[in-house]
Design a protein around this ligand. Structure first.
Ligand SMILES: *[C@@H]1O[C@H](CO)[C@@H](O)[C@H](O)[C@H]1NC(C)=O
Ligand SMILES: *[C@@H]1O[C@H](CO)[C@@H](O)[C@H](O)[C@H]1NC(C)=O
Ligand SMILES: *[C@@H]1O[C@H](CO)[C@@H](O)[C@H](O)[C@H]1NC(C)=O
Ligand SMILES: *[C@@H]1O[C@H](CO)[C@@H](O)[C@H](O)[C@H]1NC(C)=O
Length: 452
Protein backbone atom coordinates (compact mmCIF):
# COMPACT_ATOMS: atom_id res chain seq x y z
CA UNK A 1 0.00 0.00 0.00
CA UNK A 2 2.75 2.41 0.98
CA UNK A 3 4.74 1.38 -2.05
CA UNK A 4 1.76 2.02 -4.30
CA UNK A 5 1.30 5.46 -2.80
CA UNK A 6 4.97 6.20 -3.34
CA UNK A 7 4.74 5.11 -6.97
CA UNK A 8 1.71 7.30 -7.50
CA UNK A 9 3.51 10.25 -5.97
CA UNK A 10 6.50 9.72 -8.25
CA UNK A 11 4.21 9.48 -11.27
CA UNK A 12 2.41 12.66 -10.25
CA UNK A 13 5.70 14.49 -9.79
CA UNK A 14 6.80 13.36 -13.23
CA UNK A 15 3.55 14.56 -14.77
CA UNK A 16 4.05 17.96 -13.18
CA UNK A 17 7.61 18.11 -14.46
CA UNK A 18 6.49 17.17 -17.96
CA UNK A 19 3.51 19.50 -18.09
CA UNK A 20 4.43 22.63 -20.03
CA UNK A 21 5.03 25.57 -17.81
CA UNK A 22 2.20 28.14 -17.74
CA UNK A 23 2.91 31.83 -17.67
CA UNK A 24 0.73 34.33 -15.87
CA UNK A 25 -0.06 37.75 -17.34
CA UNK A 26 2.46 39.71 -15.31
CA UNK A 27 6.01 40.76 -16.07
CA UNK A 28 7.60 38.68 -13.34
CA UNK A 29 6.29 35.52 -14.92
CA UNK A 30 6.65 36.57 -18.56
CA UNK A 31 10.19 37.87 -18.10
CA UNK A 32 11.27 34.52 -16.68
CA UNK A 33 10.67 32.68 -19.95
CA UNK A 34 13.98 31.58 -21.47
CA UNK A 35 14.43 32.83 -25.03
CA UNK A 36 14.17 30.07 -27.63
CA UNK A 37 17.75 29.44 -28.73
CA UNK A 38 17.34 30.17 -32.45
CA UNK A 39 17.37 33.90 -31.90
CA UNK A 40 20.76 34.16 -30.22
CA UNK A 41 22.23 31.82 -32.82
CA UNK A 42 20.82 33.83 -35.75
CA UNK A 43 22.81 37.03 -35.02
CA UNK A 44 21.92 38.81 -38.24
CA UNK A 45 18.55 39.81 -39.63
CA UNK A 46 17.13 42.14 -42.28
CA UNK A 47 14.43 44.65 -41.35
CA UNK A 48 12.03 45.84 -44.05
CA UNK A 49 10.00 49.07 -43.73
CA UNK A 50 7.33 49.07 -46.39
CA UNK A 51 3.92 50.73 -46.50
CA UNK A 52 1.92 53.65 -47.85
CA UNK A 53 4.77 55.93 -46.67
CA UNK A 54 6.80 54.35 -49.50
CA UNK A 55 4.57 56.28 -51.94
CA UNK A 56 5.41 59.90 -51.08
CA UNK A 57 8.85 58.40 -50.27
CA UNK A 58 10.07 61.69 -48.97
CA UNK A 59 11.44 62.70 -45.56
CA UNK A 60 10.83 59.44 -43.75
CA UNK A 61 8.21 56.81 -42.92
CA UNK A 62 6.84 59.40 -40.46
CA UNK A 63 5.62 61.41 -43.46
CA UNK A 64 1.96 61.52 -42.46
CA UNK A 65 2.75 62.65 -38.93
CA UNK A 66 5.14 65.36 -40.05
CA UNK A 67 2.62 66.57 -42.60
CA UNK A 68 -0.60 66.52 -40.61
CA UNK A 69 0.42 65.73 -37.02
CA UNK A 70 3.13 68.19 -36.10
CA UNK A 71 2.64 70.11 -39.40
CA UNK A 72 6.25 70.68 -40.31
CA UNK A 73 6.53 73.48 -42.89
CA UNK A 74 8.80 71.46 -45.20
CA UNK A 75 6.12 68.76 -45.47
CA UNK A 76 3.35 71.30 -46.08
CA UNK A 77 5.45 72.77 -48.87
CA UNK A 78 6.21 69.35 -50.34
CA UNK A 79 2.48 68.66 -50.59
CA UNK A 80 1.45 72.02 -52.06
CA UNK A 81 4.28 71.85 -54.60
CA UNK A 82 3.67 68.27 -55.73
CA UNK A 83 0.02 67.34 -55.18
CA UNK A 84 -3.32 68.93 -55.99
CA UNK A 85 -5.24 70.75 -53.22
CA UNK A 86 -7.31 68.40 -51.10
CA UNK A 87 -5.04 65.41 -51.71
CA UNK A 88 -5.25 63.24 -48.61
CA UNK A 89 -2.83 60.68 -47.18
CA UNK A 90 -5.30 57.94 -48.09
CA UNK A 91 -4.98 59.04 -51.73
CA UNK A 92 -1.41 57.72 -51.72
CA UNK A 93 -2.57 54.15 -51.11
CA UNK A 94 -3.67 53.26 -54.67
CA UNK A 95 -0.14 54.12 -55.82
CA UNK A 96 1.34 51.55 -53.45
CA UNK A 97 1.27 49.05 -56.30
CA UNK A 98 3.99 46.53 -55.36
CA UNK A 99 3.92 45.85 -59.11
CA UNK A 100 7.48 44.50 -59.24
CA UNK A 101 7.38 42.76 -55.87
CA UNK A 102 8.71 39.25 -56.38
CA UNK A 103 9.01 37.79 -52.89
CA UNK A 104 11.39 35.07 -54.06
CA UNK A 105 13.83 37.68 -55.34
CA UNK A 106 13.78 39.46 -52.00
CA UNK A 107 14.22 36.22 -50.10
CA UNK A 108 17.09 35.20 -52.35
CA UNK A 109 18.79 38.54 -51.69
CA UNK A 110 18.29 38.24 -47.93
CA UNK A 111 19.69 34.74 -48.01
CA UNK A 112 22.71 35.90 -50.01
CA UNK A 113 23.17 38.61 -47.36
CA UNK A 114 23.53 35.89 -44.74
CA UNK A 115 20.38 36.93 -42.87
CA UNK A 116 18.89 34.29 -40.60
CA UNK A 117 15.72 36.25 -39.97
CA UNK A 118 13.66 38.88 -41.75
CA UNK A 119 11.29 41.33 -40.07
CA UNK A 120 8.61 43.06 -42.17
CA UNK A 121 6.44 45.99 -41.14
CA UNK A 122 2.95 44.48 -41.16
CA UNK A 123 1.49 47.77 -40.00
CA UNK A 124 3.35 50.96 -39.20
CA UNK A 125 1.96 53.93 -37.24
CA UNK A 126 -0.13 54.94 -40.29
CA UNK A 127 -2.31 51.89 -39.65
CA UNK A 128 -2.28 50.50 -43.20
CA UNK A 129 -2.00 46.73 -42.94
CA UNK A 130 0.15 44.73 -45.37
CA UNK A 131 -2.21 41.81 -44.97
CA UNK A 132 -5.99 41.50 -45.31
CA UNK A 133 -6.78 42.47 -41.74
CA UNK A 134 -10.48 41.98 -40.95
CA UNK A 135 -10.46 45.15 -38.84
CA UNK A 136 -8.75 47.52 -41.25
CA UNK A 137 -11.52 48.12 -43.72
CA UNK A 138 -10.32 49.61 -47.00
CA UNK A 139 -6.95 50.37 -45.39
CA UNK A 140 -5.12 47.15 -46.15
CA UNK A 141 -3.02 45.76 -48.99
CA UNK A 142 -5.73 43.41 -50.25
CA UNK A 143 -8.44 46.04 -50.71
CA UNK A 144 -6.24 48.92 -51.83
CA UNK A 145 -2.92 49.29 -53.61
CA UNK A 146 -1.16 45.96 -54.21
CA UNK A 147 -4.35 43.86 -53.89
CA UNK A 148 -2.07 41.22 -52.43
CA UNK A 149 -1.26 39.67 -49.07
CA UNK A 150 2.27 41.03 -48.73
CA UNK A 151 2.84 39.56 -45.26
CA UNK A 152 1.83 36.08 -46.41
CA UNK A 153 3.77 36.17 -49.66
CA UNK A 154 7.07 37.27 -48.13
CA UNK A 155 6.68 34.78 -45.31
CA UNK A 156 6.28 31.87 -47.71
CA UNK A 157 9.34 32.94 -49.70
CA UNK A 158 11.72 33.43 -46.77
CA UNK A 159 10.65 30.22 -45.06
CA UNK A 160 11.41 28.23 -48.22
CA UNK A 161 15.00 29.28 -47.56
CA UNK A 162 14.96 28.41 -43.85
CA UNK A 163 15.00 32.04 -42.84
CA UNK A 164 12.99 32.87 -39.74
CA UNK A 165 10.10 35.30 -40.21
CA UNK A 166 9.40 38.21 -37.89
CA UNK A 167 6.49 40.61 -37.94
CA UNK A 168 6.84 44.25 -36.98
CA UNK A 169 3.59 45.61 -35.55
CA UNK A 170 2.84 49.10 -34.27
CA UNK A 171 0.48 49.09 -31.29
CA UNK A 172 -0.64 52.67 -31.90
CA UNK A 173 -2.15 54.16 -35.04
CA UNK A 174 -1.61 57.93 -35.14
CA UNK A 175 -4.98 59.11 -36.43
CA UNK A 176 -7.33 56.18 -35.75
CA UNK A 177 -10.59 57.69 -34.36
CA UNK A 178 -10.81 55.13 -31.56
CA UNK A 179 -7.20 55.72 -30.58
CA UNK A 180 -7.86 59.45 -30.50
CA UNK A 181 -10.96 58.80 -28.38
CA UNK A 182 -8.99 56.70 -25.87
CA UNK A 183 -6.32 59.39 -25.82
CA UNK A 184 -8.96 62.02 -25.06
CA UNK A 185 -10.10 59.80 -22.19
CA UNK A 186 -6.58 59.74 -20.77
CA UNK A 187 -6.28 56.10 -21.91
CA UNK A 188 -8.81 55.10 -19.24
CA UNK A 189 -10.87 53.47 -22.02
CA UNK A 190 -9.61 50.70 -24.35
CA UNK A 191 -11.92 51.04 -27.38
CA UNK A 192 -8.99 51.02 -29.78
CA UNK A 193 -7.20 48.09 -28.14
CA UNK A 194 -10.40 46.02 -28.24
CA UNK A 195 -11.38 46.93 -31.80
CA UNK A 196 -8.02 47.09 -33.56
CA UNK A 197 -4.75 46.30 -31.73
CA UNK A 198 -5.66 42.99 -30.13
CA UNK A 199 -7.71 41.53 -33.00
CA UNK A 200 -4.82 42.28 -35.35
CA UNK A 201 -2.13 40.84 -33.11
CA UNK A 202 -4.09 37.61 -32.64
CA UNK A 203 -4.87 37.49 -36.36
CA UNK A 204 -1.18 37.93 -37.28
CA UNK A 205 -0.12 35.13 -34.96
CA UNK A 206 -2.84 32.71 -36.01
CA UNK A 207 -2.54 33.43 -39.73
CA UNK A 208 1.22 33.73 -40.20
CA UNK A 209 2.74 31.92 -37.21
CA UNK A 210 5.60 34.38 -36.81
CA UNK A 211 8.92 33.40 -35.24
CA UNK A 212 9.27 36.91 -33.88
CA UNK A 213 6.97 39.80 -33.01
CA UNK A 214 8.72 43.13 -33.21
CA UNK A 215 6.42 45.39 -31.24
CA UNK A 216 6.56 49.18 -31.54
CA UNK A 217 4.40 52.27 -31.09
CA UNK A 218 3.97 51.61 -27.38
CA UNK A 219 5.32 54.82 -25.90
CA UNK A 220 2.19 56.89 -25.25
CA UNK A 221 0.49 54.43 -22.90
CA UNK A 222 1.24 51.99 -20.10
CA UNK A 223 1.21 48.25 -20.86
CA UNK A 224 -2.04 47.97 -18.89
CA UNK A 225 -3.74 50.06 -21.57
CA UNK A 226 -2.36 47.83 -24.32
CA UNK A 227 -3.23 44.63 -22.43
CA UNK A 228 0.24 43.45 -23.41
CA UNK A 229 0.73 40.95 -20.61
CA UNK A 230 -2.55 39.12 -21.45
CA UNK A 231 -1.52 38.85 -25.06
CA UNK A 232 1.98 37.63 -24.18
CA UNK A 233 0.66 35.04 -21.73
CA UNK A 234 -1.55 33.66 -24.50
CA UNK A 235 1.37 33.83 -26.95
CA UNK A 236 3.65 31.85 -24.63
CA UNK A 237 1.04 29.40 -23.31
CA UNK A 238 -1.50 28.63 -25.99
CA UNK A 239 -0.61 30.20 -29.33
CA UNK A 240 0.49 28.09 -32.30
CA UNK A 241 4.01 29.53 -31.93
CA UNK A 242 4.38 29.22 -28.16
CA UNK A 243 7.61 27.20 -28.27
CA UNK A 244 9.63 29.17 -30.80
CA UNK A 245 8.32 32.71 -30.75
CA UNK A 246 10.50 35.60 -29.63
CA UNK A 247 9.38 39.14 -28.81
CA UNK A 248 11.17 42.41 -28.11
CA UNK A 249 10.57 44.89 -25.31
CA UNK A 250 8.18 47.56 -26.66
CA UNK A 251 4.95 46.64 -24.90
CA UNK A 252 4.08 49.84 -23.02
CA UNK A 253 5.64 52.93 -21.51
CA UNK A 254 8.80 52.09 -19.57
CA UNK A 255 8.88 48.45 -20.74
CA UNK A 256 11.68 49.07 -23.18
CA UNK A 257 14.99 47.80 -21.77
CA UNK A 258 13.14 46.25 -18.79
CA UNK A 259 10.44 43.79 -19.87
CA UNK A 260 9.52 41.41 -22.65
CA UNK A 261 11.79 39.04 -24.56
CA UNK A 262 15.04 40.47 -25.83
CA UNK A 263 15.74 44.19 -25.47
CA UNK A 264 15.92 46.80 -28.21
CA UNK A 265 16.10 49.67 -25.72
CA UNK A 266 16.22 52.57 -28.19
CA UNK A 267 16.51 52.48 -31.96
CA UNK A 268 20.15 52.07 -32.96
CA UNK A 269 21.04 51.18 -29.36
CA UNK A 270 24.75 50.44 -28.98
CA UNK A 271 25.87 49.49 -25.46
CA UNK A 272 29.50 50.15 -24.52
CA UNK A 273 29.94 47.00 -22.43
CA UNK A 274 28.40 43.53 -22.31
CA UNK A 275 24.71 43.76 -21.27
CA UNK A 276 23.35 41.04 -19.00
CA UNK A 277 20.26 40.49 -21.16
CA UNK A 278 19.90 39.42 -24.78
CA UNK A 279 19.54 42.48 -27.00
CA UNK A 280 19.32 43.53 -30.62
CA UNK A 281 20.67 46.58 -32.39
CA UNK A 282 18.24 47.70 -35.07
CA UNK A 283 19.52 50.26 -37.49
CA UNK A 284 18.85 51.49 -40.99
CA UNK A 285 21.13 51.42 -43.99
CA UNK A 286 19.81 54.87 -44.87
CA UNK A 287 20.83 56.63 -41.67
CA UNK A 288 18.11 59.26 -42.08
CA UNK A 289 15.05 57.08 -42.70
CA UNK A 290 13.66 53.57 -42.31
CA UNK A 291 11.24 53.89 -45.22
CA UNK A 292 12.48 54.42 -48.78
CA UNK A 293 13.16 58.07 -49.69
CA UNK A 294 13.48 59.32 -53.24
CA UNK A 295 15.63 62.18 -51.90
CA UNK A 296 18.22 59.82 -50.42
CA UNK A 297 21.87 60.51 -51.30
CA UNK A 298 25.09 58.60 -50.73
CA UNK A 299 25.95 60.84 -47.78
CA UNK A 300 23.41 59.11 -45.53
CA UNK A 301 24.00 55.53 -46.69
CA UNK A 302 26.02 53.44 -44.26
CA UNK A 303 29.33 52.39 -45.75
CA UNK A 304 30.20 48.74 -46.08
CA UNK A 305 32.90 49.07 -43.40
CA UNK A 306 30.52 50.75 -40.98
CA UNK A 307 27.97 47.98 -41.42
CA UNK A 308 30.51 45.20 -40.88
CA UNK A 309 31.96 47.00 -37.87
CA UNK A 310 28.50 47.39 -36.31
CA UNK A 311 27.76 43.73 -36.92
CA UNK A 312 31.04 42.59 -35.38
CA UNK A 313 30.77 44.90 -32.39
CA UNK A 314 27.15 44.00 -31.76
CA UNK A 315 27.79 40.26 -31.83
CA UNK A 316 30.86 40.58 -29.56
CA UNK A 317 28.64 42.37 -27.07
CA UNK A 318 26.05 39.59 -27.19
CA UNK A 319 23.57 41.34 -29.47
CA UNK A 320 21.82 40.59 -32.74
CA UNK A 321 22.13 43.00 -35.65
CA UNK A 322 18.94 43.90 -37.51
CA UNK A 323 19.75 45.97 -40.58
CA UNK A 324 16.91 47.84 -42.28
CA UNK A 325 16.18 48.60 -45.91
CA UNK A 326 13.12 50.36 -47.35
CA UNK A 327 11.77 49.01 -50.66
CA UNK A 328 10.08 51.31 -53.17
CA UNK A 329 6.31 51.53 -53.58
CA UNK A 330 6.54 49.15 -56.56
CA UNK A 331 8.43 46.57 -54.55
CA UNK A 332 11.98 47.17 -55.72
CA UNK A 333 15.03 47.09 -53.49
CA UNK A 334 17.30 49.74 -54.99
CA UNK A 335 20.77 48.60 -56.12
CA UNK A 336 22.69 50.46 -53.40
CA UNK A 337 20.81 48.47 -50.75
CA UNK A 338 21.34 45.25 -52.70
CA UNK A 339 25.04 46.00 -53.00
CA UNK A 340 25.44 46.59 -49.26
CA UNK A 341 23.47 43.48 -48.34
CA UNK A 342 25.53 41.34 -50.72
CA UNK A 343 28.72 42.78 -49.22
CA UNK A 344 27.62 41.65 -45.77
CA UNK A 345 26.84 38.23 -47.21
CA UNK A 346 30.25 37.99 -48.83
CA UNK A 347 31.94 38.90 -45.55
CA UNK A 348 29.83 36.37 -43.64
CA UNK A 349 30.65 33.64 -46.16
CA UNK A 350 34.24 33.85 -44.89
CA UNK A 351 33.77 35.02 -41.32
CA UNK A 352 30.35 33.64 -40.40
CA UNK A 353 32.02 30.94 -38.31
CA UNK A 354 32.95 33.67 -35.79
CA UNK A 355 29.45 35.17 -35.85
CA UNK A 356 26.61 32.64 -36.11
CA UNK A 357 25.90 30.75 -32.88
CA UNK A 358 28.89 32.36 -31.22
CA UNK A 359 28.94 33.63 -27.63
CA UNK A 360 30.60 36.65 -26.11
CA UNK A 361 34.07 35.79 -24.83
CA UNK A 362 35.38 36.75 -21.37
CA UNK A 363 36.87 39.87 -23.00
CA UNK A 364 34.87 41.71 -25.65
CA UNK A 365 37.38 44.01 -27.25
CA UNK A 366 40.87 45.42 -27.26
CA UNK A 367 42.42 48.33 -29.00
CA UNK A 368 46.07 48.72 -29.77
CA UNK A 369 47.24 49.27 -33.34
CA UNK A 370 43.91 47.98 -34.51
CA UNK A 371 40.52 47.44 -32.94
CA UNK A 372 39.81 43.80 -32.07
CA UNK A 373 36.45 42.25 -31.22
CA UNK A 374 36.22 38.78 -29.69
CA UNK A 375 33.66 35.98 -29.84
CA UNK A 376 33.88 32.33 -28.87
CA UNK A 377 32.35 29.04 -29.91
CA UNK A 378 33.11 25.51 -28.85
CA UNK A 379 36.32 26.45 -26.97
CA UNK A 380 37.65 28.36 -29.97
CA UNK A 381 38.32 32.08 -29.66
CA UNK A 382 37.76 34.38 -32.62
CA UNK A 383 39.44 37.77 -32.79
CA UNK A 384 38.23 40.04 -35.57
CA UNK A 385 40.54 42.98 -36.19
CA UNK A 386 39.20 45.92 -38.17
CA UNK A 387 42.30 47.52 -39.66
CA UNK A 388 45.45 45.90 -41.00
CA UNK A 389 48.32 47.04 -38.76
CA UNK A 390 51.13 48.74 -40.68
CA UNK A 391 53.83 46.51 -39.24
CA UNK A 392 51.84 43.39 -40.11
CA UNK A 393 51.67 42.28 -36.47
CA UNK A 394 48.47 41.90 -34.50
CA UNK A 395 49.02 42.11 -30.81
CA UNK A 396 46.42 40.49 -28.55
CA UNK A 397 46.67 41.04 -24.83
CA UNK A 398 43.93 38.78 -23.53
CA UNK A 399 44.31 35.26 -24.94
CA UNK A 400 46.66 33.06 -22.93
CA UNK A 401 48.41 30.69 -25.30
CA UNK A 402 49.45 27.11 -24.57
CA UNK A 403 51.98 24.89 -26.29
CA UNK A 404 49.13 23.47 -28.39
CA UNK A 405 47.77 26.85 -29.56
CA UNK A 406 47.10 27.22 -33.27
CA UNK A 407 46.22 30.48 -34.96
CA UNK A 408 44.71 30.76 -38.43
CA UNK A 409 42.86 33.40 -40.39
CA UNK A 410 39.38 32.55 -41.65
CA UNK A 411 39.44 32.25 -45.42
CA UNK A 412 43.18 31.49 -45.62
CA UNK A 413 44.99 28.15 -45.64
CA UNK A 414 47.72 27.47 -43.14
CA UNK A 415 48.77 28.45 -39.64
CA UNK A 416 50.04 31.89 -38.75
CA UNK A 417 53.23 32.20 -36.77
CA UNK A 418 53.03 33.83 -33.39
CA UNK A 419 55.04 34.42 -30.27
CA UNK A 420 53.96 34.98 -26.73
CA UNK A 421 55.50 38.03 -25.13
CA UNK A 422 55.26 38.33 -21.35
CA UNK A 423 54.29 42.00 -21.54
CA UNK A 424 52.61 42.45 -24.90
CA UNK A 425 50.61 39.22 -25.14
CA UNK A 426 50.39 37.20 -28.35
CA UNK A 427 52.13 38.76 -31.32
CA UNK A 428 50.70 37.32 -34.51
CA UNK A 429 52.49 37.78 -37.83
CA UNK A 430 50.02 38.42 -40.58
CA UNK A 431 50.72 36.91 -43.99
CA UNK A 432 52.26 39.29 -46.52
CA UNK A 433 49.79 38.98 -49.32
CA UNK A 434 48.63 41.32 -52.03
CA UNK A 435 45.22 42.84 -51.17
CA UNK A 436 43.52 40.90 -53.97
CA UNK A 437 44.46 37.59 -52.32
CA UNK A 438 43.15 38.48 -48.90
CA UNK A 439 39.86 36.79 -48.05
CA UNK A 440 38.08 40.10 -47.29
CA UNK A 441 38.94 43.77 -47.61
CA UNK A 442 38.03 44.81 -44.09
CA UNK A 443 37.72 43.11 -40.70
CA UNK A 444 39.72 39.89 -40.77
CA UNK A 445 39.09 37.10 -38.29
CA UNK A 446 41.81 35.21 -36.44
CA UNK A 447 40.84 31.81 -35.13
CA UNK A 448 42.66 30.75 -31.98
CA UNK A 449 42.37 27.20 -30.73
CA UNK A 450 43.71 25.82 -27.46
CA UNK A 451 43.99 29.22 -25.82
CA UNK A 452 42.70 30.24 -22.42
C1 LIG B 1 -7.57 42.62 -21.53
O1 LIG B 1 -7.30 41.35 -20.95
C2 LIG B 1 -8.26 40.93 -20.01
C3 LIG B 1 -7.76 39.67 -19.38
O2 LIG B 1 -7.43 38.71 -20.33
C4 LIG B 1 -9.60 40.76 -20.71
O3 LIG B 1 -10.56 40.41 -19.78
C5 LIG B 1 -9.98 42.10 -21.37
O4 LIG B 1 -11.15 41.95 -22.10
C6 LIG B 1 -8.88 42.58 -22.28
N1 LIG B 1 -9.21 43.88 -22.78
C7 LIG B 1 -8.99 44.23 -24.05
C8 LIG B 1 -9.32 45.62 -24.39
O5 LIG B 1 -8.53 43.47 -24.88
C1 LIG C 1 7.39 55.90 -16.83
O1 LIG C 1 8.50 56.57 -16.32
C2 LIG C 1 8.31 57.95 -16.15
C3 LIG C 1 9.61 58.56 -15.73
O2 LIG C 1 10.25 57.78 -14.75
C4 LIG C 1 7.17 58.18 -15.14
O3 LIG C 1 6.94 59.54 -15.00
C5 LIG C 1 5.91 57.48 -15.64
O4 LIG C 1 4.91 57.57 -14.68
C6 LIG C 1 6.19 56.01 -15.94
N1 LIG C 1 5.01 55.43 -16.54
C7 LIG C 1 4.54 54.25 -16.18
C8 LIG C 1 3.35 53.77 -16.92
O5 LIG C 1 5.05 53.56 -15.32
C1 LIG D 1 50.48 48.10 -28.17
O1 LIG D 1 51.39 47.35 -28.93
C2 LIG D 1 52.72 47.76 -28.82
C3 LIG D 1 53.61 46.90 -29.70
O2 LIG D 1 52.91 46.13 -30.59
C4 LIG D 1 53.18 47.66 -27.37
O3 LIG D 1 54.50 48.14 -27.23
C5 LIG D 1 52.25 48.42 -26.46
O4 LIG D 1 52.56 48.15 -25.13
C6 LIG D 1 50.79 48.02 -26.71
N1 LIG D 1 49.95 48.87 -25.93
C7 LIG D 1 48.94 48.43 -25.20
C8 LIG D 1 48.12 49.46 -24.48
O5 LIG D 1 48.65 47.26 -25.11
C1 LIG E 1 33.56 21.16 -31.05
O1 LIG E 1 34.89 20.76 -30.87
C2 LIG E 1 35.08 19.36 -30.87
C3 LIG E 1 36.53 19.06 -30.54
O2 LIG E 1 37.39 19.91 -31.19
C4 LIG E 1 34.67 18.80 -32.23
O3 LIG E 1 34.81 17.40 -32.25
C5 LIG E 1 33.24 19.18 -32.51
O4 LIG E 1 32.87 18.77 -33.81
C6 LIG E 1 33.05 20.67 -32.38
N1 LIG E 1 31.65 20.98 -32.50
C7 LIG E 1 31.21 21.95 -33.28
C8 LIG E 1 29.73 22.19 -33.26
O5 LIG E 1 31.94 22.62 -33.97
Amino acid sequence: MLLLLLLLLVAAAQAVALAPRRFTPDWQSLDSRPLPSWFDEAKFGVFVHWGVFSVPAWGSEWFWWHWQGDRMPAYQRFMTENYPPGFSYADFAPQFTARFFHPDQWAELFQAAGAKYVVLTTKHHEGFTNWPSPVSWNWNSKDVGPHRDLVGELGAAVRKRNIRYGLYHSLLVWFHPLYLLDKKNGFKTQHFVRAKTMPELYDLVNSYKPDLIWSDGEWECPDTYWNSTSFLAWLYNDSPVKDEVIVNDRWGQNCSCHHGGYYNCQDKYKPQSLPDHKWEMCTSMDRASWGYRKDMTMSTIAKENEIIEELVQTVSLGGNYLLNIGPTKDGLIVPIFQERLLAVGKWLQINGEAIYASKPWRVQSEKNKTVVWYTTKNATVYATFLYWPENGIVNLKSPKTTSATKITMLGLEGDLSWTQDPLEGVLISLPQLPPTVLPVEFAWTLKLTKVN
